[in-house]
Design a protein around this ligand. Sequence first.
Ligand code: TNX
Length: 548
Amino acid sequence: MKPIVAFFLFIACLTPSFAQETEYNLLPFPAQFAGGEGHFSIQNSTQLVYNLKDIRQKQAVLLLADYLKSAAGLTLKTTAWTAAAAKGKNIVFQAHTQKKCGPEGYVLRVFTDRVLVEAETAAGFFYAVQTFLQLLPTDIYSPKKITTQTSWNVPSCDILDKPRFSYRGLQLDVSRHFMPVSFIKKYLDLMALHKLNTFHWHLTDDQGWRIEIKKYPNLTKIGSKRAETLVGQYYQNYPMQFDGKTHEGFYTQAEIRDVVNYAKTKHITIIPEIELPGHALAALAAYPNLSCDPKKTYEVATKWGVFEDVFCPNETTFKVLQDVLTEVITLFPGKYVHIGGDECPKDAWKKSEFCQSLIKKLKLKDEHELQSYFIKRIEKFVNSKGRVIIGWDEILEGGLAPKATVMSWRGVQGGIDAARQKHDVIMTPNEFMYLDHYQGDPNTEPLAIGGYLPLEKIYGYEPVPAELTAAEEKYILGAQANVWTEYMPTPEKVEYMVFPRAVALAELTWMPKGPRNFEDFSYRLKNHLKRLDHVGVNYSRRLFDVTA
Ligand code: TNX
């Protein structure tokens, strides 16, 4: 097809559409897409021509070159822009400034005689390359050179793409089960492949403190190890079994820096979570004076669930938590620090004379307001360092901290309430966004925490609650799926639970609002799974192949 014809076709087809053809197995599917006729064929003589502003933009070009080299064995020349090279049968990367597609968007136009990639930012070019790779045969993801594939063709198409939401998140709980750095990097790779841009790293909880804090070495010396774990017993209803293993592990600050830098190359921001005032047993085992009853002995939890012993709102605790957050903030450059705030029983505060007199002194109504006082003090400190707190939706109780962003997890109501109070919101309701829930029949699936979230259900989730007005809607920054690891002792099990459901998450946070077609998604997914096979992902095969 001639470029001019393709251009008019492009304009005519600028409406969200679904892929009908086998060759457009794009996930997430682009915002605006038009298929064309014929294909661009990549040869050894094809050049990667760039007219780019900065080194990070150029990295996207090098990334494409790497894939073509390692999987296809094609060594393409990368060359700075010249009029002649830009007119040749080449792939041309060009920075544009027309503000067409926003901070993460791009234009990708595949003609039979050249390819044009345009974006405003390095992230835009990175996502353009991700899409371009998905237009190639799935073998392009092979870590080894493919000898059976003789041609590397890209079907003609015109794409103008940008995400619906600026926040497209995936969480991982490394407290219940520690996951090695190598796996965290793989997780980030997989997120990037699906254009997810925020990794929420749940680093502390009752069952383990996983981040080195130089000023308080016992947090990891004591808090990162636990005795034999009782698998099961989440609240009262779940089966119990001993796994007979001790569990330990933490990330040194050098490792954290390495992971943060790695994430940056994938255009992923990491949000660290330091849980407070609840889910704090590992910290209390290390430093009992952070509790309301320092004479008691505390142990890193060996059961799942919610525990009565929590941080005490005394000055020692605030001092220590501020020191901890200071180190955390120097390690993580992103805007947000997640401070937890969920599931904090008030029993210990009710029993504590100190807390009761504090409630009187501060003229508070009850322990909920005391929790709100706790969070507000922490927020003030975090804000003083130029950062913003995120908290689970319990932080609405007793009064929301003035600048907090809310993660709505117990349902959608927390998100609705926060948006109405003009607070930013990330939607992560457990009914739709919890990847620790069963994805298939609990009788045949490996043990999970309960709940039922099949692929079709997550795919159908609409992150903006219908109750919100247009003015309130803008507070919904996006959505996130959570991966709590009580029943995921290994990276393999995490992969099994996360994929392919995270692919659905990617599409629902990226594609424009409107009806999503599960059949079409499933069709594209089937081919997409070949990519995941190349990357070595232990996705849940049995959902797709009963003989597996
Ligand atoms: C509730 S979600 C929790 C976690 C558990 C999870 C299990 C949230 C803020 N708190 O501590 O791991 O349920 O699904």
